[in-house]
Design a protein around this ligand. Structure first.
Ligand SMILES: *Cc1c(COP(=O)(O)O)cnc(C)c1O
Length: 392
């Protein structure tokens, strides 16, 4: 009911709104992705790389001191311990195997802060495939360490010099490239966004997260589902993975945490569910932040990974149907939660993840509720932002 239908829609959201020139590429993927995914040899290779290369299963850790502070039972799903430091690699591993099965030799990707670019460059190195990453010229300046990582991994980083020289311009360049290379190239999209089948395909690759949560909870709590599962939402891939196997269990509360930036009504925010309305972005009908005449509004968040003007169609549907509870958290509250988890548990979270951790200040749970928070990434990449914010 909350999953994609055969036409590629979650309720009224999703679909594939693409230029005709891109149709053959997307159609080839749409026709083949489910059967490839279900091949035993694909599953075997995917899971063996997740185990030996990514380091899965990631632990489900009972955060004792954090739980005591908020008087409820909090488990952290440790995606921060994945190779490369976040959940993104689950998807890029899946997609590069898909690209190989489709006979592609060249990989393209877009990246904003560089995290998805690094995850893509990583798997291209692993498989020995050519990798071209489009990145806004301004982002290239702002994110020098990730640009260096991609180069070390053998990728070519191509600056996007049009428009605002950020993520959406990089995406336009990547789409243009794909149109010009329809036969040998696969486009690895980094979240549950884009035209069908991307949102569903990426959600399936990330669904290993909720599959493991279920198994791990049966060992630790003698039950297969939590009372709540909490995740931050940029495009929505770590959240989609954490929710996936619980979507159709109405007893499991689904909590999505968005970036309020400097405040939902400050003009500097990325809280799409609160500020967005229906429109088309990156080939998909979903909720997005836009002006009255349909121009995309520039989003803002202190965390690069949540700084996106839309949400994936699954999340748009979870929001409008009422299945998901959406909470937005300001920069300031997120930063505080980041330092709080560091001191309570010895885990420095990514600032994206800190948003999810911040809800416990105001959203109260019962003492015996089992609440799983998806710890989407580690904070090493954010050290400079933490240093500046707290004068460390
Ligand atoms: C990229 C990123 C996010 C946001 O992306 P989603 O697709 O919404 O998961 C969240 N956390 C971390 C650590 C990230 O790197």
């Amino acid at each position: 009911m909350y999953n994609v239908n055969e036409k590629g829609y979650y309720g009224e959201f999703g679909g594939a709104y693409i230029p005709e020139m891109l149709y053959p590429n997307v159609e080839e993927l749409r026709k083949n992705y489910v059967s490839i995914l279900q091949e035993p040899s694909f599953q075997e290779e995917f899971h063996s790389l997740l185990k030996d290369y990514v380091g899965r299963p990631t632990p489900l850790y009972f955060a004792k001191r954090f739980s005591e502070k908020y008087n409820t039972k909090v488990y952290l799903k440790r995606e921060d311990l994945c190779h490369t430091g976040a959940h993104k690699v689950n998807n890029t591993i899946g997609q590069i195997l898909m690209a190989k099965r489709l006979g592609k030799s060249r990989i393209i990707a877009e990246t904003g802060a560089g995290q998805h670019g690094v995850a893509t460059a990583t798997v291209c190195a692993l498989m020995g495939l050519e990798c071209i990453v489009y990145m806004g010229a301004i982002d290239i300046e702002r994110q020098a360490p990730n640009v260096a990582r991609m180069k070390m991994l053998g990728a070519t980083v191509v600056p996007a010099n049009s428009g605002s020289k950020t993520l959406k311009d990089a995406t336009n360049e990547a789409i243009r490239d794909w149109i010009n290379h329809p036969t040998n190239t696969h486009y690895i999209i980094g979240s549950v966004v884009g035209p069908h089948p991307y949102p569903d395909m990426v959600a399936r690759f990330q669904s290993v997260i909720s599959e493991e949560i279920s198994t791990q909870l049966s060992e630790k709590e003698n039950r297969t589902a939590p009372d709540y599962v909490v995740a931050c939402v940029g495009g929505g891939s770590n959240a989609a993975g954490a929710y996936y196997h619980f979507l159709d269990h109405p007893a499991v509360g689904i909590i999505a945490v968005e970036a309020a930036g400097q405040g939902v009504n400050s003009g500097k925010s990325a809280a799409t569910s609160a500020l967005g309305n229906i429109g088309i972005i990156h080939g998909s009908k979903t909720l997005l932040m836009q002006t009255a005449d349909g121009q995309i509004t520039e989003p803002y968040s202190i965390s690069a990974g949540l700084d996106y003007p839309g949400v994936g169609p699954m999340h748009a549907h979870l929001f409008t149907s009422g299945r998901g509870e959406f909470i937005s958290v300001t920069d300031k509250d997120a930063m505080q939660a980041g330092i709080s988890l560091s001191k309570l548990e010895g885990i420095i979270p990514a600032i994206e993840t800190s948003h999810a951790l911040a809800i416990f200040e105001n959203r109260k749970f019962k003492p015996d509720d089992v609440v799983v928070v998806n710890l989407s990434g580690r904070g090493d990449k954010d050290l400079n932002t933490y240093i500046k914010h707290f004068n460390l």
